[in-house]
Design a protein around this ligand. Sequence first.
Ligand code: ZN
Ligand code: ZN
Ligand code: ZN
Length: 375
Amino acid sequence: MSSRTPHGPVPDSAVLRARLERAREAAAGTGLLIAPGSDLRYLLGQAGGSLERLTTLVIPADGSPALVVPKLEAPGFADLPLAELGVEVVTWVDGDDPYGVAADRLRGSERVAVSDFTPALHVLALREALPKAEQVLAGPIVREFRMRKDAAEIEALRKAGAAIDRVHARVGEWLRPGRTEAEVGADIAAAIVEEGHVLADFVIVGSGPNGASPHHGVSDRVIESGDVVVVDIGGPVAEGYNSDSTRTYAVGEPRDADVAATYAVLRDAQQAAVDAVRPGVSAESIDAAARDVIAAAGFGEYFIHRTGHGIGLDVHEEPYIVSGNGLLLEPGMAFSVEPGLYQPGRWGARIEDIVVVTEDGVEPMNRRPHDLVVL
Ligand code: ZN
Ligand code: ZN
Ligand code: ZN
C-alpha cells in the first residue's frame, strides 16, 4: 500500500488503456474492485487515498469501468485522462450507499476480486452488497501484469537505484561514533530526498546488536567505534517506483573478530544469487543459490529470511524470492537480492541490490561496491 505516494507523472493514455484491458482479460470473467494504492496507480496513474469513505475502480467483466469516488475526493482524480480511458466517474455524497453503487456495476458477477489491501470495512460491506458473488483476492490477477515491468517502469527503477546509490556513497558523512542511530537516520532521510526521491519511505540504521534485527528502524543507541552498522534505505521517485538498497558499514575496525570471515561468506552468497538470475529459472532457485553458500559455510541458522522480494510501485510485491516459489523468472521481473547474516545480541550484516531480469541475464539497479565499508 502506498497511499502516501504523492502525485507524479502519469503514464501515456495508451499505456493506461492497455493496462485496463489487460486487467479485464486477466480477470477472465471476474469483476474487479481496485482500491486506492499501487494497483490503482498502476491502472489509472493515481493512487488516491484510502479512507473510511469508499473509493474503488470497478472493472466489470463486460461494460465500461467506473471510478466510484466520494464527491469531495473527486478533484484528486481530475487531472487524469479518465474520459479518454473510457472510465466513467461516479461520485457519491455522505449519506448515499456507495457499496450499492459499486455493486450495481457488478450485478450478475459470480466472482468479484478485491485488491489485497482493501480495508476490511469495505470488503465486508461489499460482500453484503453482493451476497451471491464469491469474493476473492485480486492479488493473483494483478500480479500477472504488475510483475513484468515495461521499459518505462525499468527506467524508473534505474533512476531510483542510482538515486539511492548516491545516498549510500555519502553515508560516511553522517555515520560517526558518538551520534545516535536516529540522528544518522535523519540525515540519511534528508539525503534520500535531496538525491532525487519524493520521500524517504524507510531508513534502517542498525548499529551493533541492533543490526541483528533485520527490520530494526532507528533508535537512540549511540554509535560506538568498532560497531558494524546495517543501513537499509529507500523510497519512491516521482514515477512512483521504489529504491531499496542495503550496505553494511563498520565504524573503524570491527570489534568482533568474526566479522571479516562471516562477511566474506555473505558477499559470496549475494553474488551467487545475482549470478543465478536469468529467464527460465525459478524464483526459489535464486533463494537456494544464496542459501547454499551460507549453509556450506555453517552459517545457515543466521540467515533468517527469504532472499528477496519483488519491487515496483510497492517496496514489497511479487515475485517473492523464497523457497517454495516455483515461478519461472521472465524478462522485466524486478526484485531484491538481499541475504543477511544475524548474530543475535552482537551484530548483523546484509547486502541488498535490486536486479531486473533481462532477455539473457540480469541487470543490477544498484552499483555500489559490495565490500564491508570501513569508515
Ligand atoms: Zn525487509
Ligand atoms: Zn531493504
Ligand atoms: Zn528489500
